[in-house]
Design a protein. Structure first.
Lengths: 141, 136
């Protein structure tokens, strides 16, 4: 295995990760809710009656975060290589898959594993494996 | 007050995605690319997030109600079924195709990236299709 040492950012990763965990903890301690982003969006898609204001507020926070971030440090880079067609297919897969599997990287990967949920561990292993294989096929096959 | 704490949680979550590099699809794909030059950073994001959230959840589990006197909505599903695994696999393929999962896509949308708008729109359509299929 070839490690990309020049891209490796362990401290930013740990620190940013800790903030993600802190946000998940806050949402449970204050609102009593799991910080699963696909679950939040899925409930918003169902219609305003099921939505609950907290979901809109949480999504608003995510959308506003880059503005707050940019007020203190230069804008975080985001390199998006995928073209429009691939973005559409990827979006459809992520939308359907996360609802079918009841969660994504946040709901299963962070919140579920932090609760010690075996179900979330299985889901996390499944999406990680599929992600590894997909990138391998796209880049090396 | 619940709206305020949810807004703060969303902001902190988004800042975490930005600082950690999770909001950058190229970095996510660098982690998923085991066969190329592998960037292990995202494993560290998971470790940082899980350590802090585990402590927070341990504190929450000792409580009957939240700080704001709301009920604690712990997930109750336990079963490991085909749906869970198939859903995980489908999501993983989509994640690997573009390097976006739902949270980072919303952050990139907040940054005004037009590609993120395409992805998020398709993702919401996918979620809507799933709802429609469920209700049939």
């Amino acid at each position: 295995m070839n490690i990309a040492w020049q891209d490796f950012t362990p401290w930013a990763a740990l620190g940013g990760g800790a903030l993600i965990g802190l946000a998940a903890a806050l949402l449970m301690l204050a609102n009593g809710q799991i910080a699963g982003i696909s679950g939040v969006l899925g409930n918003l898609v169902r219609g305003p009656r099921q939505a609950g204001g907290w979901r809109l507020a949480f999504v608003a926070g995510l959308l506003l975060a880059p503005w707050l971030f940019a007020a203190f440090v230069p804008a975080a880079p985001a390199t998006i290589e995928a073209g429009p067609l691939r973005l559409v297919i990827a979006g459809l897969f992520v939308g359907i898959g996360t609802r079918l599997g009841s969660g994504c990287t946040s709901g299963h990967g962070v919140c579920g594993l932090s609760r010690g949920s075996v179900r979330s561990l299985v889901a996390t292993l499944a999406f990680m494996a599929a992600g590894f294989v997909t990138v391998f096929v796209l880049r090396h096959a | 007050m619940p709206l305020f704490t949810a807004l703060i949680a969303g902001l902190v979550f988004g800042l975490g995605l930005l600082i950690s590099g999770m909001s950058n699809p190229a970095k996510v794909l660098g982690f998923l690319d085991l066969g190329g030059r592998w960037d292990p950073s995202l494993a560290f994001v998971m470790v940082g997030a899980i350590v802090v959230a585990t402590i927070g959840y341990a504190l929450a589990r000792r409580r009957a109600r939240s700080w704001l006197d709301l009920s604690l909505q712990w997930p109750t599903a336990r079963g490991i079924d085909r749906r869970l695994v198939l859903g995980g696999l489908v999501f993983g393929i989509g994640w690997g195709l573009a390097g976006f999962c739902p949270g980072p896509a919303l952050v990139a949308l907040g940054q005004g990236r037009e590609q993120a708008l395409i992805f998020v729109a398709a993702m919401l359509v996918g979620m809507g299709l799933f709802e429609w299929w469920q209700r049939r």
